[in-house]
Write a protein that binds this ligand. Sequence first.
Ligand code: ADP
Length: 620
Amino acid sequence: MTDTVTGKYTTKDLFVWVWTEYIRQHWPWLAVAFLLMTIEGGALGALSYMVQPMFDQIFVGGDVDAIWHVGAVIVTIFVARAVAGVGQNWIMTRVALRTTAHLRRDMLGRLMQQDGAFHQDHPPGYLIQRVQGDVNAVNDVWRILLTGAGRDLFSLVALLAVAISVDWRWAMIMLIGVPLLFLPVTLLQRYVRLQAGVARDLGAALSTRLDEIFHGVVPIKLNSLESYQKMKFWTRQIAFNRAQLRASVGTATIPAMIDMLAGVGFVAVLAYGGSEIISGEKTLGQFMSFFTAIGIAFEPMRRLAAVLGNWQIAAAALERLKELMDKPIKLASPDSPAASPQDLPEVALKDVRLSYGDAEVLRGLSLTAQAGQTTALVGPSGAGKSTVFNILTRLVDPQEGGVTVNGTPVRDLDLVDLRQLFSVVTQDALLFDETLRENITLGREVEDATLQAALDAAHVSDFLPKLDHGLDTPVGPRGSALSGGQRQRVVIARALLRDTPILLLDEATSALDAHSEKTVQAALDKLAGGRTTLVIAHRLSTIRNADKIVVMDRGQAVDEGTHEELLAREGLYADLYRLQFKEGKDVVDRAGQAALSNQRPDVPAASPRLIDRLFGWLRA
Ligand code: ADP
């Protein structure tokens, strides 16, 4: 996780971003809310103003009739304040929720466009925390800002106007210390931003941890790692709490400083103003009105000061969100994409080089998969076979070389067009926590007959009757309610319906029991018919009939031909084949003994290094 970037964006950058992208569009609502806020805020000023006639006319002046006039005005003010308060709260909450919903939607869209390298750097737990947790943090604060700050600002202006109208000198005495707060408040804000940022990062680390724990719950149990994981989680949780607490205390300290200032101001005005009342220069009503206004004014002032801290908490979250949103998308569609190939396509790689950091994965790989034929990729684990699939579908771009579909470079095609050429069936059959039907149709309208044909061909029909609700049975998170073989058949049915011209099969039948393997293999054979098919073969038995077999080793194609040709050539393929099917156990045993006794094994054309690699392959 790379982005602890306190200070990358200024407060203004963040504010302008959220304002232009997410808030400005709601301006008519905001204008209405603004009006309601002036009413709500102004009501407090009006109330404190009414204290003067209350004292001077009723209590001191003894005017009984005035009770009704003054009372009626006060009731009206309260009702107006109540109605305006509810109205503006409703509008502003709505705007805040909309804003964050849009922000979430945009984040999700953007994050899904990012390539594999990005997702490797930013694991799922981390991204979930950003999209959910950080946007929530913004939402909470946003609501406080929107629902409280405007009203408080208007209250403050109205109340100060009343106080100044009674006696501007008293008001000055009361507020003389406010500028002194500037420096400590600025420092506190920085502190809050820093701590809130730390809390956001730790929050993301916690989510990543949880994601890993729950995905790895079986190995954790098998290795008795429960206490260890709990301890690691706890340490991070404590650090998170600490940062959260610091940010919270920092936020609370800002209004506390206003309180202290208020205390001193009150005493000063009491001393100065009290003598003016005793000497008869001012009425008791004036003094009470002033005190009421100032007394109430400190409350919105405190809240506004707290908003400064709260904004910093939001800014820390926004900063991280904007950083993610601003990450360039490396694998994007070209500006003017080429037309998608119409015929059954040939797929070709020419002198392709690809490295992850310093690790060279493909080192000048060239291969062609003829249109409508089945081409198998075989070779030791780590040879780069899956990487070929990732390059074709542009999950990753190679640094050098040409990757073409019917002569059109894949980079020139629109990403959606490109990916619509491929169906990929891999070992980890990806199912969503939806019904079987949704998993197969992927939300498209499919005619019953077409669907049935696909279900039959993929041998899904075989196990459908065993499910409680047939096609409408939920498959559980990641398809956990189905067996491995069933999941694969679902994915094959999906691919049949997609009916794409190119099929990429990462054969995984070796993980299945004999019966499932047979049905899955039968389904795969049907799927491959009439398409340009590339198969990563884990078991050589499944690719005997392939039109062409490309033998890969360390990022290069070292040989190619049919099964018979390759066998006759007595090269790496023949070794692999014999090892896997005929003399497998024998060869392995003899090689192992030879390694122990440091003798050259009696295995033709198989060097000790090759044997090592074969071991690796078998283990994989
Ligand atoms: P194969 O499918 O033949 O087993 P892969 O294409 O999966 O081989 O991987 C080839 C090599 O590339 C491996 O050494 C693997 O560790 C490395 N590799 C694959 N993906 C990544 C990645 N995202 N980041 C770093 N290295 C990777």
